[in-house]
Design a protein around this ligand. Sequence first.
Ligand SMILES: [Zn+2]
Ligand SMILES: [Zn+2]
Length: 160
Amino acid sequence: MKDHLKLTSKQEKTLKRLEEVLKQQNVRLTKGRLEILKIIIVKEHPTLNDIIAVLEETGHKVNVMSVYNTLDMLLDKHIIYANIFNGKQICYEPRVQESYHLKCDSCQEVHHIDHLGQFGEFFKSLTKSSEVVGWNCDHFKIEIHGTCPKCHEDLLKKNH
Ligand SMILES: [Zn+2]
Ligand SMILES: [Zn+2]
């Protein structure tokens, strides 16, 4: 069996936080489920196929249906989020309170930003505005489309 996934200290913290949320909901994290959650934390925005590939690489016996069931459960408990960036494939990521995605419509790259800095307050005020109509907001997702620096540069060169 190959080396297990190595989590950075930040990823370790994310895992602990999510495990705590699961515990509060009385969900037992079996070894298999834990491994899937770790993959989602370590690999940025993996698809179902990516997750299966990592499981196989690390010497796990893969049962696609049970991977699927685990993803379903984690989604249901708001432990992970599902995103569709290219209109086709679903990518998973750990739950975060605040984040947004920059998507390049030219090369399809997705950039994840979770430090909102001074804009954090602005985003929070957006959820506040929904409370006015009686909603209790859990989280929000924002996707900003455009061209990444590299594609933008290529485009300028082409038009020159
Ligand atoms: Zn690009
Ligand atoms: Zn993300």
